[in-house]
Every structure is written in structure tokens, then in C-alpha cells.
Design a protein around this ligand. Structure first.
Ligand SMILES: Nc1ncnc2c1ncn2[C@@H]1O[C@H](COP(=O)(O)OP(=O)(O)OP(=O)(O)O)[C@@H](O)[C@H]1O
Ligand SMILES: [Mg+2]
Length: 479
């Protein structure tokens, strides 16, 4: 039970039963106030903001469902549970309509009530977490489609803000799925060229011979199959932005021609002698290490410098794990909306009074696995995992571990096991622990630049204790 949700009002007219439940709940850490009637309950509610109310439905005077209604009206976030008589499910349904979260039927075991309480609290927590994530998403991003609040992303946004409005050539590097194309588009849309075209050309997706024609266009008869005159991508991007994706795969011959375009901003269509002037901004992207390709002689050095005027490096997802919940929320909303668009009744339900945000929640355990996984395919892979999970959860309100791809499900096990494993043949516990101690002390000293006082504070040790340990370690390990 979370510490913050422990104040509970128990409304029950049968004194011995009320007393028994109150004691059991107190034993589990709840702070219980008791009310023996509806009137008494209302008085309690007026005086104090309870986290939880558990109320019998049948009370003399003001009945339980009126109490629940009053409680929810006053405190929309209160967790309300009703206790019904045997076989009066209809009344329970009525109470839920009036705002109760759940119900238990008399006679019940205390464990039943505790279980209902636990799951109501968990529901509430997920709901408020969703609301929090949503409020973060709704903050205006200047680069609307790029989700991320981590340090590396904050630095990226700062850089993009500075460079987007300029005409400078940009080289975006990053592993697959890190958002190179999203960033390229965002740069275009935040530049003065936004009213002209963003033309993308994936250099690795087109055979070499066709790539040249794609880029520069051709005139009729320039080569076999060139039946008419054709504009190339460069011309299409005039006054706009040309995005050259996977530029590292270009042949050296074509690299040479591209270099000329970057230097002179002019070119000829294939088979033509007429020179065409263009005003394009070039953004290139690659997942390979271009500097290494230059060193290996596979990429022209002069072209590299022409492209790499402003390098923009996208961090892999595993280096910004704190963005994962935000991205998950973003993709949940996207795929839920897509799913609802295909299911008319759901679409209609969406047009109810509270349409915004994802209704699907992600269980904490599932989120832990999502954050523990190393995501070699980065954001694209995460997006696919969420899409799959949304499809799997049709009809349920929560994404669980089982809904995740197998490799993600296993993520936490390896993370948890990797720090401490007990080898088959056994181990020397004292030596193992001493090693960990030594390593942590060393790291704390590194982090504080050798300042023992600060290092001791980092480890919650007295300075003298740290000094003693250091002496001992110096003897043992010659640290
Ligand atoms: N920061 C982000 N916020 C929201 N969505 C993102 C983000 N980064 C990537 N995506 C999404 O992830 C997917 C992959 O992005 P993108 O195509 O830009 O990656 P890439 O780096 O070009 O990958 P590749 O090298 O495989 O071409 C897209 O669906 C994109 O919308
Ligand atoms: Mg791409």
C-alpha cells in the first residue's frame, strides 16, 4: 500500500463487524476512522479528506450509495468501495454508477476486501500516472513530433533550434530507428523553407545506376529506358530541403558529383549539357561511421567535410531510458486512435465527455521490462512493440508483461541477474563483497575528484570510516 493512500473511512452500522474490520485494516497499515451511520460518515467527510472510503450500502437513515455519491462529489479522487448484502449485485452496480470503484459482498473474508483495496489503489495510481504523462506530452514542443525530455534530447533540441533556421548542411548520425528522418523533417519544418518541399532520397534503397538518375534527372534517350525528360530530386527540392538518407552507401563516382552540387549548387540532367542552378538545403543521414569510412578510403574526405558542416548525433534509446515512458504513452495514444478509427463503437465511445489521452495503461512490471531492455532497433522497435501490445490487449484496460515481445519480457531477468549470480561451483562471499566495496569506493572517489568527505557522503559513511576502509583496501589490493 502506498504511504500516501492510507487514510480510510469505514462506514458500517453493525458495531462488532465494524470493529473487526477496522482492526484488521489497521494491522495492514491503514489509518482507520469509523462511522456508524450515513450521517456520521458525512460529518467525517466534511472534516477530513480521506483517501479511501469503505461503506456498507444498507445503513439506517442516509444510505451507503448517497454517502458514496457525496464523498465522490466532494473528493473526486477518493477511492470508494461499497459493501453489499448477499445477492444484491444490482445495488453494487448502482453504487458504481454513482462513483464507487468496486464492491465486496457480505459475508466476506478480510483478504477479499484487502484484495479489492489493493487493485483499486493500483488502478488509481496508474490513472494518475497516465494523467501526469499526458500533461507532459501536452506541453508544447517546438519540434512537435520528436518526443524526449532526457538530457541528450534537451541538448538535441537546443542544437536544432539554433541550426534549423540556417541554410547550413547537416549530417545526422545515429543507429537505426533513432529518428534521423523525423529530425530531418523537423529541421525543414522549422526553417524558412517550410513552404517548399522536403524531398527524401534513400541512397541505399535504389541501385547505383538508377540513383544517379533519381538525383539529377535525365533527358530523353540519355540511357536505355530513359523514354522522356525527367526532373530529378534535386530540382524537385528547389527552395526546399533535400534529405539524402544513408549517404554512406553512395559510390565514389556519385560522391564526386554530389560534391560539385554542394560546392556550386548546380548540375546537369543526365544526357544534357544545360546547367541547372538550384537553391537547396541538404540534410544527409547515415547510420555508419562516416569518419571511419573516410579513413578506410570508402568515402571522399572532401565530401565528408562538406556534409558534416553541422553534425547532429542522435542518442540510442538505451542511453535515454527515462524517455521510454513518454514514448510509450505517445505511441499508445497513436495506436489506440488508429484502432478506434477501425472499430465504430469504440470511436463513438471516444466521442464521450473525456476524449483525450490513452485509455490503456501499462502495468509497472511491463514498464520496468520496457525500460530494462536494450532496444537495438531503438525508437522504431519500441513503436512496434507498443503497436503489438495494443493489438494484444483488445478489451483489456492494461498492458501486461505477457503482451510484450519475448525478448523484452526477458529483459528484466537478465538485468537483475547480471549484477549478482551464484556460480554452480559456489563462491567466496567475503572476497566478492570486498570487491564490490572496493569498486564503489573507487567510483565515489573518481566522481568527487578524490574528495574523501564528499565521497563518504555519497556512500552514506562517516569520513573516518571511509578513510579506514581505504587504508585496509590499500593494504589488501594495493589500491
Ligand atoms: N524522438 C522520437 N519521438 C517520436 N517518435 C520517434 C522519435 N524518434 C523516432 N521516432 C519514430 O520511430 C520511427 C523511426 O524513426 P526514423 O525513421 O526517423 O528513424 P531512422 O533513424 O531514420 O531509422 P533508420 O536508420 O532505420 O532509417 C518512426 O516511426 C518515428 O516516427
Ligand atoms: Mg531512416
Amino acid at each position: 500500500m502506498p504511504d500516501s493512500l492510507k487514510h480510510l473511512l469505514l462506514v458500517e452500522d453493525e458495531a462488532p463487524l465494524r470493529q473487526a474490520i477496522a482492526e484488521q485494516l489497521s494491522d495492514r497499515g491503514y489509518q482507520v476512522e469509523q462511522a456508524e451511520s450515513g450521517e456520521a460518515a458525512l460529518a467525517h467527510l466534511a472534516a477530513f479528506a480521506f483517501d479511501i472510503i469503505v461503506s456498507d450500502l444498507r445503513l439506517p437513515g442516509i444510505d451507503g450509495s448517497a454517502v458514496i455519491e457525496a464523498a465522490v462529489a466532494r473528493y473526486p479522487h477518493i477511492i470508494a468501495i461499497v459493501v453489499t448484502g448477499f445477492g444484491t449485485v444490482k445495488d453494487a452496480v448502482e453504487a458504481i454508477k454513482r462513483g464507487a470503484c468496486d464492491f465486496v459482498s457480505k459475508p466476506f473474508q478480510i483478504d477479499e476486501l484487502l484484495h479489492v483495496l489493493d487493485s483499486a489503489i493500483e488502478q488509481r495510481r496508474l490513472k494518475s500516472e497516465n494523467a501526469y504523462l499526458r500533461s507532459q506530452l501536452e506541453e508544447r514542443y517546438r519540434f512537435e513530433d520528436i518526443i524526449g525530455k532526457s538530457q541528450p534530447m534537451a541538448r538535441l533540441f537546443q542544437l536544432l533550434e539554433t541550426v534549423a533556421p540556417t541554410n547550413s548542411t547537416i549530417l545526422i548520425t545515429g543507429e537505426t530507428g533513432t529518428g534521423k528522418e523525423v529530425v530531418a523533417r523537423a529541421i525543414h519544418h522549422n526553417s524558412s523553407r517550410r513552404n517548399h518541399r522536403f524531398v527524401a532520397l534513400n541512397c541505399s534503397a535504389i541501385p547505383e545506376t538508377l540513383l544517379e538518375a533519381e538525383l539529377f534527372g535525365h533527358v530523353r534517350g540519355a540511357f536505355t529506358g530513359a523514354v522522356g525528360n525527367r526532373q530529378g530530386r534535386l530540382e524537385q527540392a528547389h527552395k526546399g530541403t533535400l534529405f539524402l538518407d544513408e549517404v554512406g552507401t553512395m559510390s565514389t563516382a556519385l560522391q564526386m558529383k554530389l560534391l560539385r552540387v554542394l560546392q556550386e549548387r548546380e548540375f546537369e540532367r543526365i544526357g544534357d549539357s544545360h546547367t541547372i542552378k538550384v537553391d537547396v538545403r541538404v540534410i544527409a543521414a547515415t547510420h555508419s561511421d562516416l569518419a571511419r569510412l573516410v579513413a578506410e578510403g570508402q568515402f571522399r574526405e572532401d565530401l565528408f567535410y562538406r556534409l558534416n558542416v553541422i553534425p547532429v548525433q542522435l542518442p540510442p534509446l538505451r542511453e535515454r531510458k527515462e524517455d521510454i515512458p513518454l514514448l510509450v504513452q505517445h505511441f499508445l495514444e497513436k495506436f489506440e486512435a488508429e484502432r478506434d478509427a477501425h472499430v465504430p463503437e469504440r470511436g463513438a465511445a471516444l466521442r464521450g465527455p473525456k476524449p483525450s489521452g490513452a485509455r490503456l495503461a501499462v502495468s509497472q512490471e511491463a514498464m520496468r521490462r520496457l525500460m530494462a531492455y536494450h532496444w537495438p532497433g531503438n525508437v522504431r522497435q519500441l513503436e512496434n512493440a507498443v503497436e503489438r501490445a495494443v493489438a494484444f490487449t483488445a478489451g483489456r484496460s492494461q498492458i501486461d508483461v505477457d503482451d510484450l515481445p519475448a525478448e523484452v519480457q526477458q529483459a528484466q531477468e537478465t538485468a537483475a541477474n547480471s549484477t549478482v549470480t551464484l556460480p554452480e561451483e559456489g563462491m567466496d562471499l567475503a572476497a566478492f563483497v570486498a570487491n564490490i566495496e572496493r569498486e564503489l569506493i573507487q567510483r565515489s572517489l573518481e566522481r568527487t575528484g578524490g574528495n574523501k568527505g564528499q565521497a563518504a557522503r555519497l556512500l552514506n559513511l562517516k569520513r573516518t570510516t571511509l578513510v579506514e576502509k581505504l587504508k585496509r583496501l590499500q593494504n589488501e589490493f594495493s589500491l
